[in-house]
Design a protein around this ligand. Structure first.
Ligand code: FAD
Length: 484
């Protein structure tokens, strides 16, 4: 008997739930990844850092699996890679290999759930079983419920219950090595792994970014972060400091195990390490949004709070263009948007600032910002992105009401006081003194001349005025919904 493990957003071969279960139950186990044209064809560009990241990580995974098999007496192992629509590819491969079962790790996005249902049906029709396992989250679906047996919709009580439930068992790694002798050799003749170009994509600037790919890249970032973990709670809000882990893209594509991270954090947190406690809470946010998406799939297109589903947002094409192009005249917002455009990453504090700015200052529908992030973020994840946008727009599951409106100038003064971050991404403001850097529009003509800045030429005038925008937003949220 043989089985096929279908990898998707779990591009690693250690502490891997579906792989472990397959190896434990079957004497011959194949592993496959499909470059899914249903997803790739829908991307708006052929130059996408995520595709390059996945491609590099898949290559490394192939080598790791090959090595793991070889170390356990199986020459010729590795990853089978296909390019095409995922479901037919997997069904065909399962039939070619003559496996009894396809095993995979669970996905909580509505489209992925539908794909997996389709795969299960097609496989069953061919006499092949299909099973899925919890892997990408620590606690899933109905594992954390209120005393009334309902899913939580507010984070703080959820986190309390989550921390109680997250015992050592939930953090235990799956010992894939134990049964690795059951890895199968690749079927011959094996097809070579496709190049990025063969997938129809062109190289991006990924290799120039400080973003190592694959399982090795994830461990490298983790090793870099661990000595900084104790200071996370103090440093994490300052985009000019190296305070966070930068692991999100690795969590997104599963090149690192969430259990490994939770085990490390929980161990340190138990010794009273505040940084670790705060970081563990971020991992709880991650699980929380997966859980929300699973129980409320309507959030993909609707506000979590139905009363805010038809807030009368503005079209505002000029304001929208300015936000997308990092030309709002608010340096922290613009520097953040440049970071996103140039690197595919944006610091969490800045995601909150620019999302608040788009929805509360420009009056633009959070769904448009969410889509923009979805196109540009390396770590784009439907659950976290949707949750983050709805949080910022005050339409989501957050106790804070809509009149929390971030002041982009105060945020800048507080979290980038010397403008280290702003200067990195807005070199045109390099000579502006610290005290004016957060809002150059407030400078007098003599001050502008002294640092050689021509407002409206070198750097834009602010596209909205903070106090006016605030008033408009309060009205917008109070206005009764238009009748259908
Ligand atoms: P760290 O601070 O080191 O945190 C560790 C991990 O915890 C992260 O890698 C991430 O997996 C998880 N995490 C941290 N904060 C959150 C959070 N608020 N919600 C869910 N998980 C969290 N995160 C994504 O992974 N993908 C997204 O598409 C995404 N979109 C966002 C959009 C908005 C508007 C906002 C406000 C937040 C969004 N986040 C998203 C959450 C957060 O900004 C990123 O996870 C974080 O900035 C990634 O950097 P890091 O790995 O260095 O994080």
């Amino acid at each position: 008997p043989a089985a096929l493990v279908w990898l998707r957003r779990d591009l690693r071969c250690d502490d891997h739930s579906a792989l472990y279960h397959a190896l434990r139950r079957f004497p011959r186990v194949y592993c496959a990844f499909v470059f899914d044209t249903d997803i790739l064809d829908a991307l708006p560009t052929r130059c996408d850092r995520r595709v390059e990241f996945i491609h590099a990580s898949v290559l490394e995974l192939h080598q790791r699996l090959q090595q793991l098999a070889w170390e356990h007496g199986v020459p010729g192992g590795g990853l089978i890679v296909r390019h095409g629509p995922a479901v037919p590819c997997i069904v065909q491969l399962a039939q070619e290999l003559g496996v009894q079962e396809v095993l995979t790790n669970r996905d909580y996005e509505p489209a992925a759930i539908a794909r997996d249902q389709q795969a299960a049906q097609a496989l069953h029709a061919a006499g092949i079983a299909f099973s899925d396992y919890k892997d990408q989250v620590l606690l899933e679906k109905n594992e954390v419920l209120t005393q009334q047996g309902q899913p939580y919709s507010v984070f703080t009580p959820y986190k309390r219950a989550w921390l109680q439930k997250l015992d050592a068992f939930q953090r235990t790694p799956y010992p894939v090595q134990r049964y690795a002798q059951h890895l199968a050799a690749l079927p011959s003749p094996s097809t070579p792994l496709p190049t990025l170009e063969a997938l129809g994509f062109t190289p991006t600037n990924l290799p120039t970014l400080a973003l190592p790919t694959g399982m090795s890249g994830a461990q490298q970032l983790l090793q870099d972060f661990l000595p900084r973990l104790h200071a996370y709670h103090e440093a994490r809000d300052f985009p000019g400091r190296k305070g966070v882990s930068y692991l999100s893209v690795h969590l997104r594509f599963g090149t690192i195990s969430i259990r490994q991270l939770a085990a490390l954090a929980a161990q340190q947190a138990a010794t009273g390490c505040q940084g670790a406690q705060t970081w563990l809470a971020e991992l709880a946010w991650r699980d929380f949004y997966f859980m929300i998406l699973y129980h409320h799939p309507q959030v993909v297109t609707h506000a979590f709070k139905p009363e805010y589903d038809d807030v009368p947002w503005d079209e505002a094409p000029d304001l929208w263009q300015a936000w997308c192009a990092a030309r709002t005249g608010y340096p922290l917002v613009d520097a953040a948007m440049r970071q996103l455009l140039q690197t595919g990453y944006m610091h969490n504090r800045l995601r909150m600032v620019v999302a608040s700015f788009l929805t509360k200052h420009l009056g633009i529908d959070w769904r448009r910002g969410e889509r923009f992030f979805a196109q540009h973020l390396n770590d784009y994840d439907l659950a976290a992105n949707n949750g983050g946008w709805q949080w910022a727009a005050s339409t989501g599951c957050d106790a804070q009401p809509y009149f929390r409106i971030f002041n982009p100038i105060l945020q800048s003064q507080k979290f980038d006081p010397q403008g280290r971050f702003i200067r990195r991404y807005l070199p045109e403001l390099a000579r502006v003194p610290d005290k004016h850097l957060h809002f150059p529009a407030a400078m007098k003509p003599t001050e502008l001349a002294a640092c050689g800045l021509r407002l409206g030429v070198d750097y834009p005038q602010p596209i909205v005025e903070h106090a006016q925008a605030r008033t408009r937003t309060l009205l917008r949220f109070q206005r009764p919904s238009p009748s259908p």
